[in-house]
Design a protein. Structure first.
Lengths: 327, 560
């Protein structure tokens, strides 16, 4: 177990190092950082003085190791546009994105699994066809179109849900949450549903395919031959086996949700990290961009790491393989 | 008084174009304490009958006619309610213990769930009952093993768990669908003994579905023979096997390789639409045959092979030696057999000889040249041409997207790129003829052929390079017994006329006896003994060989 754990941890560290290098190159080699920081009227002397004080004349490997040390402390420099430390900006925006992603992942997972199981069991039913047809719409329509349609329907015509923003938030010091106020809760519905649709379709189809395959296996046939109830066969024996691949996909998808939240956040003017990133792109605000890149990679790697560890506990066969591999 | 009465049972599959009758008007009765064998080749409908009893037929099949009585009750009266009888009155065992257990629940969880579904017991009582059952089917340390997952059991132990699951609610009828086909000989006999013992102790009525006549002879009281969904013959096992009345039963019995003597050819009563005479082989004229010199063609010296799969983890202490210090020689023109149970390393040796695996250490000489030390591909090609292989599974060993002529042409063109089209065509026709396939087969695709015909295509492909050594890795294990007899006859004919040297690998002892001049017995990668095949069967020296011979199911037991 410990060996398995460290092997995975080591792999994660290697990935992070590579991402850090890309992020670092972005910062240092896309345009001249000094040019981006100072105004037109700065003299050459002042420029070279700034260059020296920022350590930009040091050899690349020393700059890179300094970048790593700073990144591990969460320091990514100062935003060109907003003139504030990037770390501060990110911690300010992070709760909004995390809450949005958490709710949409929950919607996608729960309804995706339920609908997937339903369509997997009732393969030829009328409702299954409808669910599959609608879910196909979910993937084929771009997120921003769905978002705008939702705003038009629920905010403009029906007027029951807000069209933008987070509503009132309660500041808990380290975290600002929208979950504690009615306006906050109302505000999160539209963006989170919009964001979850794509993932939900994905999970419905995955669970459905898994269920259909598993229902054909010998152990399900044997369970039927032992007279177990349908409920137990479907929801215990089949579903638990079917969820193993779903965990992998769902893990990767949570990362994708964070990355894709850019569009949803822009449509709904959601004050999260994606929104921050879009603004940064418009102003070529490289410290924010490189920090964002680094952060997203970190989330992906962490989720994958957690999924690998989860696997270990869910599938007894992997447990044995891992133990055999570590001797 | 019969316990199970199947009356006029018909099962049909309604397809888009036609209705397939998987079983037609079957009448079978089974009494308590009796084992009825249900025998037939693939597609004969034997499993369909087993599944029909508890209404587990896959869509779109359904029972179209007939009644099934269990004691006094017609269990097919109310198909919705048949779930009550599953597990409770009727237990079912499937072929493959590797796949019949849910991999992510412990065997204890699966046992308790089944027991509690049918019997009103609390967890504690159910657990006690489960542990007693595990002990009854011969699982040691049942208390500890109760919490193990299926993958922690070996194949034979898993099949015991499956049996305990089938029996846990004390059914009165047990249907065993090929319960030992996926198991090694030694495990097979243990499982069959267990089924016999339980039949007696619990006064069960048992239906044993199998294709193995040896198993039928040793285990069953009565036997029913099926073909194409029809019941051909039913009666006392001894009666049917010794004095079969129907032509089909006769051909089935005569196709079974005898275990107690060597015969020159199998008697084929019914043939699979093929030309029968195999008198002259045209490819003989093309064969650039050398005179046979009785010398060693293959010599294997101190061969070792271990599989160390992971690159990062250091090699751990328990490296499994797949092949462990094996040495033998094959003389030109002879058939050398390698037998052993699964995991004994027999296929690994074959793959090293045809150079698909590199040995960990040791040398293989072919015609006095050490082929394991050859580095250049060009040099190797000379030897690849002379060594060809026939694989076990005729379905996966042919590329489904190539026509038969392209499959056979590929090796010819590889070794003789300048061959003219006309020549190539004729050569392919000659090859097809020599394996008794019609010339028009050449433009068809593999999926249009049956398993036996596909194996013939494989043989034609192997012969295309005019090899001196033919490595046959379980060439007939995936085939029905009557087809097996035909393929074995073909191999014998080819060997005789083309002076082939054959390395024949199989787990099936009777087959090896019929095919081989000398035999090597493998166990866990080690060679136990090598001797002439008649000596080996009449006077085995090694303990393990004796054990194998004692345990192999013998159709001849019926005559005693």
């Amino acid at each position: 177990m410990i060996k398995y754990f460290f092997k995975r941890l080591f792999q994660s560290a290697v990935v992070m190092l590579i991402v850090a290098f890309v992020s670092f190159s972005l910062f240092n080699f896309v345009g001249d950082p000094i040019n981006n920081m100072v105004g037109e009227e700065t003299s050459d002397e002042e420029r070279s003085q700034l260059r020296e004080s920022l350590g930009l004349n040091d050899p690349v490997h020393i700059q890179f190791s300094r970048f790593i040390v700073n990144a591990s402390k969460g320091e990514f420099g100062i935003s060109y546009q907003l003139r504030r430390p990037v770390s501060e900006l990110i911690t300010e925006r992070l709760p909004a994105t995390i809450e949005l992603v958490f709710i949409s992942a929950l919607i996608a997972l729960v309804s995706g699994t339920l609908l997937g199981v339903y369509t997997g069991i009732n393969r030829k039913g009328f409702f299954s066809d409808i669910i599959l047809a609608i879910s196909l719409l979910g993937v084929s329509l771009p997120t921003f179109v769905i978002g705008i349609l939702f705003i038009y329907l629920f905010a403009v015509i029906l007027g029951i849900l807000p069209s933008f923003g987070r509503g009132e938030v309660v500041d808990l010091g380290f975290w600002s949450t929208g979950f504690l106020t009615t306006t906050g809760l109302k505000a999160i519905i539209l963006p989170s549903v919009t964001l979850s649709l794509f993932q939900m379709t994905y999970i419905i189809r995955l669970v459905r395919a898994e269920m259909m395959e598993i229902l054909q296996t010998d152990y399900i046939k044997f369970a039927k031959a032992r007279g177990l109830s349908e409920k137990s066969i479907y929801y215990k024996h089949a579903l638990k086996n079917g969820l193993i691949p779903v965990i992998t996909i769902a893990g990767i998808n949570i990362g994708t949700l964070i990355a894709f939240s850019i569009i949803t956040e822009t449509v709904f003017q959601w004050p999260g990290m994606g929104f921050l990133f879009i603004q940064a792109v418009q102003f070529v605000d490289i410290p924010i961009m490189s920090a964002y890149l680094f952060f997203i990679a970190f989330v992906f790697v962490m989720i994958n790491f957690i999924v690998d560890i989860l696997y270990y506990f869910i599938d007894p066969r992997i447990r044995v393989k891992a133990e055999a591999a570590s001797g | 008084m019969s316990f199970l009465k199947i009356n006029n049972l018909s099962v049909e599959y309604k397809m888009r174009r036609e209705t397939v009758h998987a079983a037609k008007n079957i009448n079978i009765e089974v009494s308590k304490g009796e084992i009825l064998g249900l025998v037939g080749e693939s597609g004969s409908g034997k499993s369909t009958v087993g599944n029909a009893i508890i209404n587990l037929i896959d869509e779109p099949g359904k029972v179209s006619n007939g009644t099934i009585h269990l004691g006094e009750i017609n269990i097919h009266d109310d198909l919705e309610n048949i779930i009550k009888y599953r597990g409770k009155k009727i237990g079912l065992i499937f072929q493959d213990p590797q796949t019949s257990l849910n991999p992510i629940f412990t065997i204890g969880e699966q046992l308790i769930e089944t027991i509690q579904t049918h019997l009103k017991l609390d967890i504690k009582q159910a657990k006690d009952k489960a542990i007693n059952l595990l002990k009854e089917v011969g699982i040691k340390d049942a208390e500890q093993r109760f919490n193990n997952y299926p993958h922690q059991f070996s194949g034979g132990m898993r099949q015991r768990v499956v049996i305990s699951l089938a029996l846990c609610c004390e059914p009165e009828l047990l249907i065993a669908d090929e319960p030992t086909t996926a198991l090694d000989v030694s495990i097979q006999s243990q499982i069959l003994d267990l089924i016999k013992k339980l039949t007696k102790e619990r006064n069960l009525a048992v239906i044993l579905i199998t294709h193995d006549m040896g198993v039928i002879a040793e285990t069953t009281n009565r036997v029913a023979v099926m073909k194409n969904g029809n019941l051909v013959e039913i009666g006392q096992t001894k009666e049917i096997l010794t004095k079969p009345k129907q032509t089909y039963t006769k051909s089935l019995v005569s196709s079974v390789p005898p275990t107690n003597k060597k015969i020159s050819r199998f008697i084929i009563v019914e043939k699979e639409n093929q030309p029968t005479n195999n008198t002259n082989i045209k490819i003989l004229n093309r064969w650039t045959k050398k005179e046979i010199i009785k010398q060693d063609l293959v010599e294997v010296k101190n061969l070792y092979k271990s599989f160390d799969d992971s690159f990062f983890t250091e090699s751990s202490k328990n490296i499994v030696m797949a092949v462990d210090d094996v040495s033998f020689k094959i003389t030109e023109g002879e058939s050398f057999g390698l037998v052993g149970e699964s995991g004994s390393g027999k296929s690994t040796i074959a793959k090293m000889i045809v150079n698909l695996f590199k040995p960990s250490s040791g040398d293989i000489y072919f015609d006095k040249t050490c082929i394991t030390k050859i580095k250049s591909n060009k040099e190797m090609m000379k030897f690849r041409k002379q060594i060809q292989m026939i694989f076990q599974d005729p379905y996966s060993s042919l590329n489904g997207r190539l026509k038969v002529e392209d499959i056979i042409a590929e090796p010819i063109k590889l070794h003789n790129p300048s061959i003219k089209n006309e020549d190539l065509k004729n050569y392919i026709f000659d090859l097809l003829e020599s394996v008794e396939l019609a010339p028009n087969s050449s433009t068809r695709y593999p999926h249009e052929f049956s398993g036996g015909q596909r194996q013939r295509i494989s043989i034609a492909r192997a012969l295309a390079t005019q090899p001196r050594l033919l490595v046959c890795d379980e060439p007939t294990s995936a085939l029905d017994v009557s087809i097996q007899a035909q393929i074995l006859n073909l191999l014998k004919d080819l060997q005789e006329q083309l002076n082939l040297t054959i390395l024949f690998i199989s787990h099936d002892l009777p087959v090896v006896r019929q095919m081989c001049d000398r035999i090597g017995v493998l166990r866990n990668g080690k060679l136990c003994e090598i001797s002439n095949s008649e000596d080996l069967f009449e006077n085995p020296k090694h303990e393990y060989t004796k054990e194998l011979l004692r345990l192999m199911p013998k159709i001849e037991t019926i005559y005693n």
